[in-house]
Design a protein around this ligand. Structure first.
Ligand SMILES: C[S@@+](CC[C@H](N)C(=O)[O-])C[C@H]1O[C@@H](n2cnc3c(N)ncnc32)[C@H](O)[C@@H]1O
Length: 246
């Protein structure tokens, strides 16, 4: 994931249309629905802290974990600007080791899709369970197989802003169930543009594959929803949420 080093600096601009406040409200609705009032929450693959910092502002104690020091650097700058305190840890979630038991663990906006290997995914799920208090919630989403194979995969996107422009060429490999995103980013530096190239890869998981991985871990309740609703996922859902209660 060293590839995030250049991307980190343009990530928020590329995500500017995402309603992170809405995501947080949805997560709070899940807390309420499950009857928990969490205090201590960790967010895995927290990136530039878009969800982390909003939750911290709303009074929760947050630990943000990410493999990219560059993403965390930006997350920290933003938490300072927002006047919130978040513990940011530069960790690989496949080797999770957190200092405390938590009421909630989150992993939103595709974090799980970055875990390409099924054995690693099972390891992440096991250690999340281990870090949760009884009754605690693990909430995560995935970009669906449908979205990676049919919408993002084998497609090219481009956007052109004054400070940054990008071309995003995507390739879906059905045999490996992997979607590779080849990114070319041009960042304005005084009177010139510097070109960065990097590749990101996401694993396409079917809902059932995730449910199979979660089975036997010990969660007493596992639910699955079409993102931002409490309805069952549909064949053409692009993002689905999993809610697992210990
Ligand atoms: C698409 S970004 C999502 C960031 C953030 N959750 C958000 O909502 O904007 C995916 C993040 O996953 C992180 N990541 C990928 N693999 C990881 C791993 N093994 N452990 C921890 N973080 C990881 C990347 O560094 C990146 O910040």
């Amino acid at each position: 994931m060293e590839s995030y080093s250049a991307f980190a600096y343009v990530y928020d601009q590329l995500m500017e249309d995402v309603d992170y406040k809405g995501w947080v409200l949805y997560i709070e609705e899940i807390f309420e629905r499950c009857g928990i009032k969490p205090k201590n929450i960790a967010e895995l693959a927290c990136g530039t802290g878009n969800v982390t910092n909003i939750l911290a502002k709303r009074g929760y104690n947050l630990i943000g974990v990410d493999i990219s020091a560059d993403m965390l650097f930006i997350a920290q700058e933003k938490s300072r600007a927002m006047g919130v305190e978040v513990i940011y840890l530069n960790h690989d979630m496949r080797e999770l080791s957190l200092p405390t038991e938590l009421d909630g663990i989150l992993c939103v906006c595709d974090g799980v899709n970055y875990i390409a290997d099924e054995k690693d995914l099972r390891k992440v799920f096991k250690s999340v369970y281990h870090h949760l208090k009884d009754g605690g919630l693990f909430i995560f989403d995935i970009s669906t197989y449908y979205k990676l194979a049919n919408i993002l995969g084998n497609n090219t996107y481009a956007e052109n802003f004054e400070e940054v422009s990008y071309i995003w060429e995507n390739y879906f490999e059905e045999a490996q169930k992997m979607c590779d995103f080849d990114l070319t980013i041009f960042v304005k530096e005084e009177d010139t543009y510097r070109k960065y190239e990097e590749t990101h890869s996401q694993r396409a998981y079917e809902e059932k594959e995730i449910l199979d991985q979660l089975k036997g871990i010990g969660f007493k309740k596992i639910e699955c929803f079409e993102a931002f609703t409490f309805s069952d996922p549909k064949e053409e859902s692009e993002r689905i949420y999993f809610v697992c209660q210990k």
